[in-house]
Design a protein around this ligand. Structure first.
Ligand code: HEM
Length: 155
């Protein structure tokens, strides 16, 4: 029988896979491969990639906590009954979401404006900040996936 808990954990896992997988691909595969292009092509392409990917990330930063809180209450009756791994997942998730919101409204906004204005050196500067934040969030995301998927066996 499929119930709300099953649907929530399925959506939660899919949201985590899409977000963390997308960042992992961007950071470790796409970015190094793009060094073969000149800055104008590379930066315009990355701008188009971010524009599409961040639509999904906005959906995910709403879906992950929504399904996560639902699971906390349905599986453990609230945070008081949840294991330490849930608290760690929750805290790390809030940091990841905070970093994404900052990334979107500060360096990404400046990056997009610099690309539109064809100010390539400025765009590279903002892209470096975006790259650092995505690198941090990729590591935090991988750690959170490990904690979320395995925590029930050790915490
Ligand atoms: C508000 C933030 C979050 C809350 C409250 C939350 C809560 C939960 C809960 C209650 C579970 C079920 C644990 C169990 O069955 O033992 C879970 C599983 C999981 N969470 Fe989270 N979570 C949050 C954010 C995240 C984030 C940001 C990620 C990864 C990027 C993530 C990845 C996972 C994974 C991979 C699982 C295991 C799914 C499975 O069993 O198939 N969670 N989470």
């Amino acid at each position: 029988m499929i119930d709300l808990t099953a649907i929530s954990i399925a959506l939660h896992a899919v949201a985590a896979v899409v977000w963390v997988g997308g960042m992992f691909f961007a950071y470790t595969v796409l970015r190094p491969a793009l060094t073969m292009f000149e800055p104008p092509q590379r930066l315009a392409l990355l701008s188009a990639v971010f524009e599409r990917f961040f639509v999904f990330v906005w959906i995910i930063v709403i879906a992950l906590p929504a399904t996560g809180y639902l699971l906390v209450f349905r599986l453990f009756g609230g945070f008081a009954g949840a294991g330490a791994y849930i608290h760690v997942m929750h805290m790390v998730a809030l940091v990841m979401i905070g970093l994404f919101v900052f990334l979107y409204f500060v360096p990404y906004r400046h990056f997009r404006a610099a690309v539109v204005a064809q100010k390539w050196p400025a765009a590279v500067g903002h892209l470096n900040t975006i790259r650092r934040i995505i690198g941090i969030n990729t590591i935090l995301g991988l750690v959170t996936v490990i904690i979320g998927a395995s925590g029930r066996f050790w915490a």
